[in-house]
Design a protein around this ligand. Structure first.
Ligand SMILES: Nc1ncnc2c1ncn2[C@@H]1O[C@H](COP(=O)(O)OP(=O)(O)O)[C@@H](O)[C@H]1O
Ligand SMILES: [Mg+2]
Length: 364
């Protein structure tokens, strides 16, 4: 899929903006605090119906304005769709081809982007919840069914924890919740397992090519149940076995809400020994593997967004990365300066300054 046009109105520091990105590489160039990341954020919003930076959506609306509008024309297998999100103080209104879309799940996936930003590296040291958030976010891009099971599980878990906090919990209700949770979990685990396996297969080679090293980059799924035991009955039994402890501690101790995903180099968690440079390349290989994962599941190539990434890589790695993406993906790359080795006639440049985009020499 390709973004053929992006329009913003009162989004962050943009009053109005219209850009028409090229099919291949696009550079958003400019000094700091001009609106480069804001522009990428608007595309993430259309992809996920939320920002990757903040949860308070009012901050996305330009100061002193009532609402913000993001709209994009996305070409997908020869057909152009217009996606639109209006963000207002009461929430958001989504539409496709001017038809309102009530559920976010019907909107997510119409535009698929994969973003790599320097802050992504925090996830290695963060809480497991943040790594699960990544798994959930990526699988949601390819499966509505996964999102449905996950939402359902989260509601059941909430009910179960409320029940456990009661003076004398209704054990028959607990039975029902356990059964329903186990059925969601079986589904969720199977998606997560497939996600980790597919991404792993690709990540190893990508890491070697990008970092020019023979270390093995991989993801380790810390599943709540052993591989061979992942049946409805076994999951249910695990819930039943932990019931006594759960009643005592008044919280659900077993389940997919306790899982984790470890990023490793030669089987060692990157937080233990990897250098900052190695961590960056592991994350980059992961993001490139995500592009291939999404394409293999949906048949559509996502758009790649790189935020301030090139300046963090040495020249050799910059070249490798550009080599890998040019001619393969539509990408929007922010940078304060465009690397000199990139041929200007290969790319489209947008100069971003104070919430405005200009095209030097009329490259558009
Ligand atoms: N809601 C908003 N209204 C007006 N300006 C905003 C809003 N949110 C952020 N900004 C401005 O956007 C600028 C930062 O943009 P950003 O895209 O992060 O910069 P960069 O080009 O460095 O990536 C800051 O000047 C900030 O004040
Ligand atoms: Mg920025």
């Amino acid at each position: 899929m390709k973004i053929t046009e992006l329009k913003l109105r009162n989004f962050r520091n943009y009053e109005t903006l219209t850009i028409r990105p090229a099919e291949g590489m696009n550079f958003l160039a400019g000094s700091n605090a001009q609106g480069k990341t804001n522009l990428l954020e608007s595309l993430v919003y259309l992809s996920l119906t939320r920002s990757h930076r903040i949860s308070n959506e009012r901050k996305l609306i330009r100061e002193n304005c009532d609402y913000a509008v993001i709209s994009a024309s996305v070409e997908d297998q020869g057909r152009i769709k217009e996606l639109r999100a209006v963000i207002h103080p009461q929430g958001k209104t989504l539409s496709v081809q001017k038809n309102p879309v009530k559920k976010s799940s019907d909107f997510i996936g119409l535009l698929n982007v994969v973003l790599f930003a320097p802050d992504d590296l925090y996830v290695f040291n963060d809480q497991p919840r943040e790594r699960r958030r990544i798994i959930n976010q990526e699988i949601t891009k390819i499966s509505q069914k996964y999102l449905f099971s996950l939402n359902r599980y989260q509601n059941l878990l909430k009910d179960r924890n409320i029940l456990l906090k009661k003076e004398s919990p209704d054990l028959r209700f607990l039975d029902t919740l356990d059964e329903e949770m186990a059925s969601c979990e079986k589904e969720i685990i199977s998606y997560r397992r497939d996600f980790i396996t597919s991404v792993n297969e690709k990540m190893k080679d990508l890491y070697r090519i990008l970092s020019d090293s023979d270390l093995d980059a991989s993801l380790k799924y810390q599943c709540c149940i052993q591989d061979a035991e992942c049946t409805f009955e076994n999951i249910l039994e695990m819930h039943r076995n932990s019931r006594e402890k759960d009643l005592e501690h008044r919280v659900t101790s077993f389940g997919i809400h306790r899982e984790d995903m470890i990023f490793a180099l030669n089987d060692v968690n990157v937080i233990n020994t990897a250098s900052q440079g190695q961590k960056r390349m592991v994350m980059l290989a992961f993001k490139m593997a995500l592009l291939e994962y999404i394409e293999s599941k949906t048949g559509k190539r996502p758009v790649l967004l790189l935020d301030d990434v090139l300046s963090e890589l040495d020249l050799k790695r910059q070249r490798k990365l550009i080599e890998m993406i040019r001619n393969n993906y539509q990408c929007l790359i922010t940078a304060t300066e465009i690397p000199s080795f990139i041929r200007k006639d290969d790319i489209r440049i947008f100069m971003i300054e104070k919430g405005q985009a200009g095209c030097p020499g009329g490259t558009e």
